[in-house]
Design a binder for this molecule. Structure first.
Ligand code: FAD
Ligand code: DLZ
Ligand code: SF4
Length: 507
């Protein structure tokens, strides 16, 4: 008999370890453990989602004839860690061999490697590019750019290809995907699921144990099994995909989901298969149900960005998460944990994160991420925040997005410029600024939008690094052309704002 480890984000019947196992003889080990539920203060919705999905997956495996040793969080014998549970099951059964699928975090890979059992770790092949594929692609390249990698993935999968040419004659339709939304638009309602007995039981457990963590547990309507996740996919293709491309970057107060797919959490834990999802989206385009800019934009996020950031995470190794090339050391301000703020964009992004354990990409990148970068917040603290608060957050995908794409903490390994902006960008893409206590039009002075001040403060303090970057050199020329008094007023305003925020006062 062998032990077959299945982790909380490996909930696919097709996962490598299960494919290699023998259902007549082997024992599947699944465990809810303190170490995984506490390594960051996860949002209660995220914990409930994962534990409920684990319990339902274990039940399904049993129905399919597998033997499953399942540890519940409140099991008195629970050792509290994944390696501990493997050792406990080994001593109960006399098994010495373990087969596992490679975890998505170095932390857990390293912990597993210390287990004194005969452990075979298989590659997680739910991804299109293996680690070797990515390393081969990256080798010898001066710059690691998603766009080049994405084209290879298009060729490899044949998605949206006409022979060896991209469908529609272009690889990327991003320039068509930047429409701001208006609040009288018809928006699809996201699927919400009734609580079955498993979900109800898990919600009680999570309420008791993790009710004090940042985040609202109720109302809870996430999908917790493959059939429900499939319903989310169907609903997305039917109702949201046609407008997905156009409004991908838009933000509206009180409308957290817009035309986004809400699929990241389901993809990341294994309830949906990424290639299957992309093929279904391609079919919708072929059938004339969605325009090419929507289908291409969506498929690029999955076979492009998702695969690419995973490649980066494993290519760079465990120390990636410690990088801080810009030397940012400011503590994460309390507003990220819901302290009152007059900045409507941040208040909205944080409030919906607290309610939904979800924010869409532009909110993560251009609101909470942008603020972190221009304010000089310690990227390690931001990394921990993003890892904790989103239901889809696992280090392989969260860390490169936070440290690399959003915070430039890896020195621009794959981002060609830092994602910083003044308030103008947020104003163009959202309806936030109209009700804000700050004025997005004011460039300095007490009422000036903090992004307008901090944007220049950032460029000024990192001049040596960025002034020769062709993608932002023009901004330095604009700065240099401003009269000295105005520059002084902006920098002074930014310093005052940061001082106030650091003192704990409301900003
Ligand atoms: P949609 O907008 O509908 O996009 C479709 C799918 O494409 C997503 O479900 C996701 O699987 C994939 N995708 C899109 N963008 C990315 C990306 N940049 N990297 C990887 N996959 C992508 N995504 C996570 O899955 N987990 C994270 O922990 C995470 N942390 C992030 C942190 C920061 C600072 C930033 C800027 C982005 C982060 N992202 C993360 C990427 C992206 O924001 C989310 O995947 C997306 O918002 C999820 O919502 P959705 O499913 O509605 O996506
Ligand atoms: C995120 C998470 C949580 C909250 N709880 C568990 C758990 O109790 N048991 C488990 O096997 N996995 C859990 N996970 C997912 C793991 O943290 C995830 O497998 C690793 O971070 C690797 O990606
Ligand atoms: Fe955000 Fe500035 Fe707009 Fe206020 S004015 S919502 S702080 S961008």
């Amino acid at each position: 008999m062998r032990l077959v480890l299945v982790l909380g984000d490996q909930l696919s019947e097709n996962i490598a370890a299960l494919r290699q196992a023998d259902r007549a003889q082997d024992l599947v080990v699944m465990a809810e453990v303190a170490a995984e539920t506490q390594y960051v203060p996860h949002h209660p919705k995220k914990i409930a989602f994962i534990l409920a999905a684990m319990r339902k997956f274990a039940a399904r495996l049993r129905e399919d004839g597998w033997q499953v040793a399942y540890t519940r969080l409140d099991d008195p014998e629970n050792t509290g860690t994944v390696p501990g549970e493997l050792l406990r099951r080994a001593s109960e059964t006399g098994a010495t061999d373990v087969v596992a699928t490679r975890p998505g975090e170095w932390r857990l890979i390293e912990a597993l490697e210390t287990v004194p059992l005969d452990l075979e770790i298989l590659e997680d092949d739910r991804f299109i590019a293996s680690h070797a594929d990515f390393d081969r692609w990256a080798e010898g390249r001066k710059q690691l750019r998603m766009e080049n990698f994405y084209r290879e993935m298009r060729r490899r999968t044949g998605l949206l290809m006409e022979g060896d040419k991209p469908a529609g004659g272009k690889w990327n339709f991003d320039t068509e995907n930047r429409k701001p939304a208006s609040d009288d638009m018809f928006l699809p309602r996201p699927s919400r699921f009734e609580h079955d007995d498993t979900v109800a039981e898990v919600l009680e457990l999570v309420e008791t144990r993790f009710g004090g963590n940042f985040g609202q547990l109720h109302p809870f309507g996430l999908a917790t099994d493959a059939a429900q996740a499939e319903a989310v996919l169907e609903q997305f293709i039917h109702a949201a995909l046609p407008a997905f491309g156009d409004y991908q970057d838009a933000m509206l107060a009180g409308r957290p989901f817009l035309y986004h797919s809400l699929m990241s959490a389901y993809l990341n834990v294994g309830l949906l298969d990424p290639l299957d999802v992309c093929r279904r989206v391609e079919t919708a385009w072929q059938a004339g149900h969605a325009p090419l800019n929507a289908a291409e934009g969506f498929i690029r996020q999955i076979i492009g960005w998702r695969e690419f950031v995973r490649g980066i995470y494993f290519h760079e190794g465990p120390c990636y998460v410690e990088r801080n090339e810009l030397g940012h050391e400011r503590d994460l301000p309390a507003l990220y944990w819901g302290a009152e703020t007059g900045m409507v964009c941040l208040r909205e992004a944080v409030a919906q994160t607290r309610e939904e354990a979800y924010a869409h990409h532009i909110q993560r990148l251009m609101v909470t991420g942008n603020f972190g970068l221009v304010a000089g917040i310690d990227p390690a603290q931001l990394h921990e925040w993003y890892l904790a608060v989103y239901a889809d957050a696992f280090e392989w995908v969260e860390a490169p997005n936070t440290l690399g794409m959003s915070q430039f903490a890896d020195g621009g390994l794959f981002a060609s410029k830092p994602y910083v902006s003044s308030g103008n960008y947020i104003d163009r893409m959202s309806d936030y600024c109209g009700t804000c206590r700050y004025s997005v039009k004011a460039k300095h002075g007490d009422d000036a939008c903090p992004f307008n001040l901090l944007y220049w403060h950032f460029l000024n303090r990192h001049r040596a690094r960025f002034s020769s970057n062709p993608r932002i050199a023009t901004m330095y020329r604009t700065w240099d052309r401003m009269d000295a008094q105005r520059r002084q007023a902006i920098l002074h305003g930014a310093e005052n704002f940061l001082k106030k925020m650091d003192s704990g006062a409301q900003v």
